[in-house]
Every structure is written in C-alpha cells, then in structure tokens.
Design a protein around this ligand. Structure first.
Ligand code: KIV
Ligand code: ZN
Length: 500
C-alpha cells in the first residue's frame, strides 16, 4: 500500500491539552474543515467521558460524510457501548479501544497482571467487533511494553477482530531508530499482522513525535495519528501538517501519498488556533508566520533570484497567503467579497454586510489590510464564535510611570450595561480586575501572550489567554489594533466559555 491513512485526533487527544476546551459548534466546524482537508479518519472524542463529548461525537457522526468517524473507549463494555452509540450515525463508524500493556501501567495504574490484561483486550475487541466492523486497538504505552507481550497482545486482538492496531508512544519516550525497529519487529513477529493496518501515535515530550512517526512509516506503518498544529496532552501529539508535508516534499525518500489537500492546511491551522486559543509560534514548521519569511539579505537575494534557494515548501502549497496587500479604506464591497471568496470563504449577503462593516472600521484604523487581517475579522464573526453572555460596551484606562493604572470597564449582558472601576499592576491587570468585579467570578490568569497578526506599526495585535475558573481551564483569543482592547476581549471570551 503506498497510501498513508491520516487519522486526525485534534478533537480528542488535541482537546485533552489543558485549556483547549472546544464547544460543540467549534468541534463541528473543525470536523468540516478536516473533511475538506481530506483526512481519512476523524477521532471526534471520548464519548463516555462526558455527555457533552458524547453529543459532539454524535453530531460529527451525523454531519460528516466522507471520513470515518471514530470514538475512543476504554476496554470496558459501557465505554464501548457509548462509543458505538455516538458513532453509529456515521457512514463509516470506528470504535477505538485502548488498554495499557506496559509493566509500569499494569502494575501501578491498573493493578493487573499480563494474563488478565490479555483477556480484557481480547474480550473488549470481540465485544466491540460485534457492534461495528471497524475496530482499532491501542496497547497504551506500547513503546515501554515488553516486546514478547506486545506481540502476543497484537496477535490476539487481530484474531479477535481488530482491523487496525495502533502502537502508541504514549509518553513520548522513544526515538526514531528504536520506534522504526519496533514497527519492523512487529511485522516480523506477529504472524497475522497482514490482517490489520499498523498505526502510529506519537507524543512530543522529547520533541521527536514527527520524526518518530515518519520512521515508523518508513518501516511499514500505514496509518499516522496526528493533530493540527501538534496540539495534545502535555507537549502535544505529532503535527499533521509536518508529517504530511515531510512526505510530500521528500517524496523521493518516502514514495507515499496521503489524501490531504495541502492547500487547506493553513486554514485548518488558523481555525484550530482560533478555537482553542493556542497561538501558533512564529517559528512553527509549515504554519508559523515566519515559515516563509526571509530576514537576512543573502537569503532575500537568493529567494528573489529563485525561491527554492532557501525555501523547500512553497507557501501556496499549504494555502499560506504571503502578505499580499489586498484592500484599503477605499475598497468597495465587491472587491471585498471577491477577496473573501478567493480566501475560500463563502457568505450570504447578510454575512458579507456584517464582515464589510467590520472591515471598514478596521480600514479607518489601519492603512493597509492584508489577507491575515481579513481572516482575523471573519474568524471573529464565525458561526462557531463563543456564545457572548457578556460583551464589551466600552472602556477607559489611565496609566503612566507616576500614577497607579486604573481602568473603567462597561460590560453588557441581556441588554443592560454594568460599569466598574478598578486599579491594578498595569492597565491590563486593572481591566481584568474590573471585569471580575462585574461578572463576580473568581478566576486565575494562567497564561497571557500577544503577537501581531501582520507587520507594520498599525498591525492588528492578537492576544491569547488561558484562565482557571470554576476549577477548569478556559482559553480566549481576540484581535484589535488596540492591544488593551484585544486583551479585554480575549479575557471576556475565556470568561464567556466559563459562564455559558
Ligand atoms: O497516547 C495514547 O496512548 C493515546 C491512546 C488512547 C491511543 O492517546
Ligand atoms: Zn495520545
């Protein structure tokens, strides 16, 4: 088989990243984008984990047509039943059962011996296979599992009906040569391995997730589990865009295809970043803002003469729009809607009118409007935007080296306006304190970061925050030409998630 199945777990393992909670609409929009992107399997969630997760998986299963829709389950009947019920409406449902097989997990986490684990694995795969034809089994922490035991588990679950066996590097422990050899040894030592697809699932604790996945692919794995922007538990999962582009750019080495329409990559990356609130670092491979920028004179000169002197990926191939100056204050509605269509966004008249109004407001503040500015506007207006229980009605700040920073914030809820004044360590802190006094919510700011969307003195500032409220992490993100306003709106978005 010269095709690699792309299994996207942004909505499951990706959403397990602290603070990455997504609501149902956001999950559905991401799933739709994954479908457009061409992924083969969407792991939509862990249905038993919460009623919300169950509903999201079910909704994705109903609405998504081409890709297989997968639900995760522990090796217990009630989990498998939930995964079955949630994925049942899909055209191609899959149940993904996992059970830890490493000594450390069996002894300390499960307190079970090898034979019992084997029995549970077999029983659960048989149980799942009675419900669904497409079953994936993951021996969790496979890379720290005793080899002989791993071979036995893989052989037995295939005999019991597993159609895909995943070999997870759950804790990001392995390195490329060792992982490639493990896949090769499974192929050599499991007699019925040709009856199942071998999958890889790598975590990035040592920064090796993509390299490990590619090494496994070179050694015979044919499904890669990954997430957009590499989000996931702890240091994250293998990044889909990096795996796919490595195979595409170095087709001479891999000789393998995927169904991914790489021109959708940048759009998918922005969407995931926007909804999770996780900014993409500027130096991130494939989708970072600097991935196609050249600073040194020697590099710029080379690129002008021939791009491939210093660029191995073409920006267009990943749908990255290189800072083209598109519109300004005097641009009309027609040019605006045409530009949106070129960026791949279709709106009805009302949607265009709304976005056009925002565009004009921005054009009054900012001379040159780039594609990324337009994307920032329309993403704020997207259907899946967070429910606005509280919205910003106005603010004033006073700050300076010899006065204590003070902020007046006016928030609107259910048509009523509430005002509070507060002081703080800086203008943003004062704003956040005033907001907390209005909403009467105790919360802790865990992370705050800011970056510019495009270049120039009047660039849009993009603020991303992560807060802890009601015992849970929530993230928010917003853009504005005024960084205090962006900071307030990002905070409000996170609080709106917490209160709604
Ligand atoms: O990392 C892991 O082991 C997992 C399994 C559930 C596949 O996410
Ligand atoms: Zn994982």
């Amino acid at each position: 088989m010269d095709k690699i199945i792309i299994f996207d777990t942004t909505l499951r393992d990706g959403e397990q990243a602290p603070g990455a909670s997504l609501d149902q609409n956001q999950k559905l929009e991401i799933a739709r984008e994954l479908e457009t992107l061409g992924v083969d399997v969407i792991e939509a969630g862990f249905p038993i984990s919460s009623p919300g997760d169950f509903k999201s998986v079910e909704m994705v299963a109903r609405k998504i047509k081409r890709p297989c829709v997968c639900g995760l389950a522990r090796a217990i009947p009630k989990d498998i039943d939930a995964a079955y019920e949630a994925t049942k409406p899909a055209k191609h449902p899959r149940i993904h059962v996992f059970l830890a097989t490493s000594k450390i997990h069996m002894k300390y986490k499960l307190q079970k011996a090898e034979e019992e684990i084997l029995r549970l694995a077999v029983r659960s795969v048989k149980y799942a296979r009675n419900l669904c034809d497409d079953i994936e089994f993951s021996p969790e922490d496979a890379t720290r599992t005793e080899r002989e035991f791993l071979y036995r588990v893989v052989e037995e679950v295939i005999n019991s009906g597993a159609t895909t066996v995943n070999i997870p590097d759950t804790v990001g422990w392995t390195e490329p040569k060792e992982y490639g050899d493990l896949i090769k040894s499974i192929i050599e030592n499991v007699p019925n391995i040709n009856k199942a697809v071998i999958s890889v699932h790598c975590h990035n604790d040592l920064g090796l997730a993509v390299a490990n996945s590619l090494s496994a692919i070179k050694n015979g794995a044919r499904q890669a589990e990954c997430t957009i922007n590499g989000i996931g538990e702890r240091a994250g999962n293998a990044s889909m865009e990096e795996i796919v582009m490595a195979m595409k750019v170095r087709a001479d080495i891999f000789g393998l295809n995927t169904n991914i329409n790489t021109r959708e990559i940048y759009k998918a990356s922005r969407m995931v970043s926007k909804y999770t609130g996780f900014l993409v670092p500027p130096n991130k491979a494939v989708v970072g803002l600097n991935a196609f920028r050249h600073e040194s004179g020697i590099h710029q000169d080379g690129v002008l003469k021939k791009r491939s002197t210093y660029e191995v990926i073409s920006a267009e191939d990943v749908g990255f729009k290189t800072e083209s100056l598109v519109l300004g204050k005097h641009s009309g509605r027609h040019a605006f809607s045409q530009r949106l269509a070129n960026l791949g966004y279709k709106f009805n008249q009302a949607g265009i009118d709304k976005a056009f109004t925002e565009f004009k407001i921005l054009a009054d503040k900012k001379k040159e409007i780039f594609d990324d500015d337009l994307l920032a506007i329309i993403e704020e207006k997207s259907k899946a935007a967070v429910q606005q229980v509280w919205s910003l009605d106005g603010f004033e700040i006073s700050s300076g080296s010899s006065i204590a920073p003070q902020a007046m914030i006016a928030l609107k809820a259910k048509g009523k306006v509430f005002r509070k004044v507060s002081s703080g360590d800086g203008p943003v802190d004062a704003c956040y304190k005033a907001i907390e006094n209005i909403i009467h919510i105790k919360c802790q700011l865990l992370d705050y970061s800011i970056q510019s969307v495009t270049r120039g003195e009047d660039a849009l500032g993009e603020v991303s925050v992560r807060i802890k409220a009601k015992g849970k992490d929530f993230s928010g993100r917003a853009t504005s030409t005024d960084i205090v306003e962006a900071s307030i709106k990002a905070y409000l978005q996170a609080l709106n998630k917490a209160v709604s």
